[in-house]
Design a protein around this ligand. Structure first.
Ligand code: SF4
Ligand code: SF4
Length: 340
């Protein structure tokens, strides 16, 4: 029987929203009473800078990991990867509803993040999915059992050559790495708010359109000429422009108000086609035009000249997915404006 425990981390919502805090507290209280788990609470994942103890703690977790946060699971998973917490994506049964029956027919083949993927699973659950602790606790138990079964199976299928070591008295008990020891106060040190893009490398094809489009030096490439978010703090707060020009919907801003940009399942985004000009009688702009307007706004705010379509645009943008994404954004904005 495997002894390694599942690590469960709860990432708090930014701010002090009472309903969110209350749910966090009830989930944490239930988890702490549950045997066989290592439970910790950190501030909002998205805001954890390189030296934050919450991030160092997460980097120190080597086994299976389950993270509760207020983000779409896709966004949280790739955010963790970016933070140096890679793993295989574990599938939770608590997920955005339309994920189950509205999947893409042909998702792009992404380049992967380039990080060495350790043999462990990372499950991400969005705390916006359920409003009380019970369903989360039930899912934690299910995932803990799934992880245990997987480890036991791996142990059983290990080559027999490993056996003599045990017989000689070495490693009678498999060594379980200690988690870094931080006090709850250290883990919960309030970070500053941040704003930057997160790349879903399971979709990114390395077309480099984002590198050409962003004129603020956010993107770069690694030694193998693979796209990366190099200078994340150069990104302009609240601006999601480059996510609109990515042809694969691989760029997410996990805290943007509309799901299409915040990391909602892509099948859901692609399937939604709404003619907003007919619905609201407004001007219909495509996603690229909207991105250009947003980029120009940030250039002007920086005291630079607007460039419009003159710089950094690919010759061809696939119309449908990007337009559908833009439609969704516009619908949400219009609904916001109407106070619905
Ligand atoms: S535009 Fe999208 S697919 Fe292309 S390199 Fe950037 S993130 Fe990857
Ligand atoms: S949102 Fe704007 S500033 Fe930020 S990375 Fe994208 S294009 Fe650059």
């Amino acid at each position: 029987m495997s002894r390694q425990r599942l690590t469960v981390v709860l990432s708090q919502a930014p701010g002090k929203h009472p309903a969110k805090r209350s749910l966090e507290e009830s989930v944490a209280a239930a988890l702490i009473l549950e045997p066989g788990l290592d439970v910790s609470i950190v501030p909002n994942l998205y805001d954890l800078g390189p030296d934050h103890t919450g991030r160092l703690y997460l980097q120190g977790v080597t086994g299976d990991l389950l993270v509760f946060s207020w983000h779409f699971p896709r966004a949280a998973f790739w955010l963790l990867d970016r933070m140096g917490v890679p793993g295989k994506m574990g599938e939770s049964l608590i997920k955005p509803a339309s994920d189950e029956d509205d999947t893409e027919t042909e998702p792009p083949e992404g380049i992967g993040s380039g990080a060495a993927i350790p043999d462990r699973h990372i499950y991400c659950i969005d705390l916006r999915e359920k409003h009380n602790a019970e369903p989360y606790l039930a899912e934690v138990r299910r995932i803990a059992a799934e992880c245990r079964d997987r480890r036991d199976e791996a142990q059983r299928s290990r080559p027999a050559a490993a056996a003599p070591l045990v017989q000689l008295g070495f490693g009678l008990t498999p060594k379980v790495p200690e988690l870094p020891a931080f006090t709850p106060e250290q883990l919960l040190a309030p970070p500053n708010r941040r704003w930057y893009p997160v790349i879903d490398y399971s979709r990114c094809t390395n077309c480099l359109e984002c590198l050409d489009f962003c004129l603020f030096g956010v993107y770069g490439v690694d030694r193998l000429d693979r796209i990366l978010v190099e200078s994340q703090d150069n990104c302009k707060k609240g601006c999601p422009a480059c996510s609109r020009v990515c042809p694969e919907q691989a760029i997410m801003f996990p805290e943007y108000k509309t799901p299409a940009i915040a990391g909602a399942p892509v099948g859901e985004i692609s399937g939604l086609k709404i003619d907003l000009s007919r619905l609201f009688g407004g001007e219909e702009k495509d996603a690229v035009s909207q991105a250009i307007a947003e980029r120009d706004r940030e250039l002007v705010a920086d005291g630079r000249q607007a460039v419009g379509t003159a710089v950094g645009l690919a010759k061809r943008q696939p119309a449908s997915p990007a337009a559908a994404k833009d439609d969704l954004d516009k619908l949400m904005d219009d609904l916001d404006a109407l106070g619905l």
